[in-house]
Design a protein around this ligand. Sequence first.
Ligand code: F0G
Length: 460
Amino acid sequence: MQRFTTIIEPFRIHAVEPITMTTREHRAEAIATAGYNVFGLPADDVIIDLLTDSGTGAMSRDQWAAIQHGDESYAGSPSFTLFRNAIQNLFHFKHVIPTHQGRAAEKILFACVGGAGKVIPNNTHFDTTRANVEYTGATAVDVVIPEGRIPSSQHPFKGNVDLDALRRVIVDAGPENVPLVMVTVTNNSGGGQPVSLENLRGVRAVCDEFGLPLFLDACRFAENAWFIHEREPGQAGRSVRDIVRDMAALADGMTMSAKKDGLANIGGWLAMHDDALAARCRNLLILTEGFPTYGGLAGRDLEAIAQGLEEVVEPDYLRYRIRSTAYLGEALLRAGVPVVQPIGGHAVYIDARGLLPHIPPLQYPGHALAVALFVEGGIRGCEIGTLMFGRHPDGTETPAAMDLVRLAIPRRTYTQSHMDYVIEVVTAVAAESKSLRGYRIVEEPPQLRHFTARLEPIAD
Ligand code: F0G
């Protein structure tokens, strides 16, 4: 018998959510009303929502059953025990501190270890991580390998840390001013690119040289482990669980958003070995999130996450997950649409500056593409470029390093025919790319302007 190669969704659909099929005219009006900002759109005007993979996935039958099992005791809930055990089964950290999402874990960690004069190296800080570091007066420094900054470079582990750059940052800052080193798996801001075990071992060795702790920003740990399984020599025969345990064993702690590889709609945690640091973090947790056995979550959320952690390391799930992202990216490449390569784990990033060379960066080519994808096909992606990063605290504006549109894929939510539709729409918009025009900002807030700015199209 032949071997069948079609990778199918490894689930059947048990409950359905209707999608409202809107017209082009309706969408053109909706985006104008939203000030040409996709964040201002009512979600039921969107046909395929690829704004983020965070908290937007579908939960399984067993997760919904776990929700019913949730125990809402204020202190000592058995749901917390299940949550902690599920985490410690993969990540052997002594202390597990639940939070309502990833940025709450970051806020507590950096409030305890950050402060003026401190320096935090990371392959690439995600925006909330950078913001939480900088909010304490500390400096966030990105030390990803040079290939990680080139959209077309084909390195298998583009999220890797540049070990020489890391050592330089530590020496320049003085090791006493570096409270910890962080590694983000996978590297979201760099295109959802993985970090190899070998590189993590290298980071561990640099940390040991200077006596520094290593923390993982582990939001997409299972996707990272799958890439290690697929791409790293000697790892193919190993289970994803064991690879995750190896990643964790190299670290002293982690921050986590369970909205990604926790397969949940809300939640997160902070975990570590250090008793004294954990005590300080718990004190702050009680002040800002809640008692240490629920930390801003309902007991039912803790149970949904515990069950999600069982499912997310299943090879059938991960094979489908990573393949479905690559399916979208490879089809766009075949259609001549420039995308960040290799295709990452959770999203496809279109190089809008490459596709729309006639729109100058200060007229936001990524934004122009994101608006066109919505108007033409009801697809909502997100600009990651000059609109997001172009404005500086001193009021000046410069082009961002890249102008990308991220199509982030919610977990277990859309089928292959949904992706075929996305491919058709993006290909059609790309074929008419010369007709797209830039945008100007009419109104913008002082910080994080991309969420609420109002824009207008620039006429010919
Ligand atoms: N770290 C990384 C690498 C992330 O991608 C995110 C969130 C966070 C931390 C913060 O977690 O949202 O639970 O507070 N990323 C989402 C995204 C928002 O769309 O990429 P959170």
